[in-house]
Design a protein around this ligand. Structure first.
Ligand SMILES: Nc1nc2c(ncn2[C@@H]2O[C@H](COP(=O)(O)OP(=O)(O)O)[C@@H](O)[C@H]2O)c(=O)[nH]1
Ligand SMILES: [Mg+2]
Length: 626
């Protein structure tokens, strides 16, 4: 069973509603006010069963310019349009305006209907048709079939039915296996049943019992029941009109313009970047109305720095839930002149410039190159990203299409899969280069340290936790880095560093053996070990950390020297009961300036105990007896 949604379009009073009634028996003017005034105000709905295989959902729109907002709400979801022009009046302002909107919305199929032919003679009819063909000559309707009908006499209705069938068969049905999406056009309560919303199913399908996400708020709702054209059904599919019972959600919380969507699809934002096609001159800061799906959104449009008006940004007064590639109409706020049509790219980033990746994404979008869209989307996101997130940001494209694209990009080596994250090859190369720059510089500045803290590295690379861990593991596997505890070192450095360190520790004792009470600063190390100042400072840090050098006051004293002095003190106490600073000074043949911090060091390590001006033997000193 194929499902197609058709819409009417055309100037007010040109016989749209009468024609739908003649075709289907349904009067789509449901409102009392519509009946009273004899004019369509809001959308009307009807079904036309053409054969067992094909039922058309019909959306009848108002033609009056005051209700253009409603016309747009109805036209957003149609596959095929009937452009209706009254034979007696011919082309009128809304004939042109509707035609322009249909073009901007990217509608591709249509039938031209000359209505009320009972009111004119043949000669006149030829003239009008000539006019209309001229108007349509460079539009999507240039080669569309023409039908001449009268809703009153029934003339031409059979031919029209036939044309509808022929055209509907030509149209590729909307994708029922894509993610579900429906723009809400009405919401009401049915006593004892709860809240019902209606709309045209743009893509996907939904079944009773399923959960859908209500945008823009994002809450989950459950499908309690489904109807299409007044009959209960278990499923609804793309291209069908649907009434969905969503139970407890209060009607007051619902509005035309909201959407029901497969969970986690599309994005919600107040600010969107878009590709524009303008029919008027546009200035930055213009207050506008954006019409997308069944909704109308007020906002202002802005130019990007150094960009033409081909790409612009819109800042809306309320959040818009949309997907990559959604088409919308833009009208001036007041008077409500049609300004142009846009294709949404993505919610805006901070910068007032259009980034190169976003520009490339836009170009791929216009040329409908799915593979390139995916590649540029990943680049534009700028972080390693999961399939789930790519699908969400690709809008309402079928999962399999996204998966195919990714597989093919991987085969081309344009995209790389690390863990469950995708990133472009260029991103990997860029991050790897940044890694060696950042960690390399750290090693140069801190040759004594084993490596850079992981967390600092993550922040410098501007990566999220999970993706960072995954990249790091991959770098480790490639032998690029070594990870020790919470530190990362370039493998090269780590190897060199540890060899050098081992070597230093081995040689140190022999070199410092006779150093005595001299402070071992980096200059001595540079001299004795033939090191550059940087390396010598590094060596000093390592020796201090490993305990080969001991900080005593401002001196760095060799460990064995300290042990020798402790020995001297031990010997001293075998014949004396106290030790003074002056005595130690004389014992060592040094100055008071050196003896005092030495004694303090021994106090601290419990070799001596201070009592006023003298020291007595401490507990630790016992260890030296043997
Ligand atoms: N003579 C004639 N009048 C028609 C025909 N179709 C519609 N009308 C009249 O034209 C007026 C507008 O019709 P309607 O269907 O409401 O136009 P809409 O605004 O395009 O929906 C009404 O008064 C209709 O009775 C037709 O085929 N022949
Ligand atoms: Mg009407």
């Amino acid at each position: 069973m194929k499902h197609i949604i058709i819409g009417t379009a055309g100037h007010v009073d040109h016989g749209k509603t009468a024609l739908i009634k003649a075709l289907t028996g349904t009067d789509t003017d449901r409102l009392r006010e519509e009946k009273l005034r004899g004019i369509s105000i809001d959308l009307g709905f009807a079904a036309l069963r053409l054969n067992d295989e094909l039922t058309l959902g019909i959306v009848d729109v108002p033609g009056h310019e005051r209700f253009l907002k409603n016309m747009l709400a109805g036209t957003g979801g149609i596959d095929l349009v009937m452009l209706i022009i009254a034979a007696d009046e011919g082309i009128m302002p809304q004939t042109r305006e509707h035609l322009a909107m249909l073009e901007l919305l990217g509608i591709q199929h249509g039938i031209v209907v000359l209505s009320k032919i009972d009111k004119v003679d043949n000669e006149w009819l030829e003239l009008v048709e000539e006019d209309v063909r001229q108007l349509l000559s460079d539009t999507f309707l240039a080669a569309a079939p023409f039908c001449r009908v009268s809703a009153f006499t029934g003339a031409g209705l059979e031919e029209l039915r036939l044309e509808l069938l022929t055209e509907a068969l030509k149209i590729t049905a909307r994708d029922s296996s894509a993610p579900f999406r429906l723009w809400i056009d009405r919401a009401f309560t049915i006593k004892g049943h709860g809240t019902v919303v209606t709309g045209s199913v743009l893509s996907g399908s939904a079944a009773v019992g399923e959960s859908l996400q209500l945008y823009p708020a994002g809450e989950m709702v459950r499908v309690r029941g489904l109807e299409s054209h007044g009959s209960k059904v278990e499923n609804i599919n793309a291209g069908q009109r649907a009434a969905i019972n969503i139970g407890g959600t209060p009607v007051a919380a619902l509005d035309r313009g909201m959407a029901l969507s497969a969970p986690r699809r599309g994005l919600v934002s107040h600010i969107w970047d878009m590709i524009a096609e303008w029919r008027e001159n546009i200035t930055s800061g213009t207050r506008v109305r954006l019409h997308l799906g069944t909704g109308e959104y007020l906002g202002k449009i802005y130019r990007f720095k150094e960009q033409s008006t081909r790409y612009m940004r819109i800042i809306l007064e309320k959040p818009l839930a949309a997907g990559l590639g959604d088409r919308a109409i833009i009208r001036q706020y007041s008077p409500q002149v049609l300004l142009g049509g846009v294709i949404l790219i993505a919610p805006s980033k901070q910068s007032r410039r259009l980034s190169e990746s976003r520009l490339l994404l836009a170009q791929a979008l216009v040329s409908q190159n799915i593979k390139e869209m995916i590649r540029q989307l990943i680049t534009d996101i700028g972080q390693p990203v999961t399939t789930e997130e790519i699908k969400r940001q690709m809008g309402y494209v079928r999962d399999a299409v996204v998966e195919e694209g990714l597989t093919s990009l991987i085969a081309d080596n344009a995209v790389i899969l690390e863990g469950s994250y995708y990133l472009t090859r260029k991103m990997v190369l860029d991050w790897t280069k940044q890694l060696s720059d950042i960690v390399g510089q750290y090693h140069r500045e801190h040759p004594d340290r084993g490596g850079l803290s992981k967390e600092i590295l993550r922040q410098k690379l501007v990566l999220k936790d999970r993706p960072f861990e995954i990249l790091l593991t991959s770098w480790q596997k490639q032998g690029l880095v070594t990870i020790r505890g919470a530190e990362v070192a370039m493998q090269e450095f780590a190897v060199r560093h540890s060899d050098w360190r081992e070597n230093l520790l081995e040689k140190a004792d022999a070199l410092l053996e006779n150093i005595g009470l001299e402070t071992v600063d980096w200059k001595i190390l540079a001299d004795k070990l033939q090191l550059s100042p940087d390396k010598a400072r590094a060596a000093q840090e390592i020796l201090l950390r490993e305990g080969l050098l001991v900080r005593v006051g401002e001196m760095h004293v060799y460990r064995k020297t300290i042990q020798n002095i402790a020995r001297l003190i031990y010997d001293h106490f075998t014949v004396n009961s106290t030790l003074t600073v002056a005595q130690l000074r004389d014992l060592l043949g040094t100055s008071r300036k050196v003896a005092l911090p030495l004694l303090e060091h021994f106090d601290m390590h419990k070799y001596t105990i201070r009592e006023g001006d003298v020291r007595r033997p401490g507990l630790k000193l016992e260890d030296l007896s043997e």
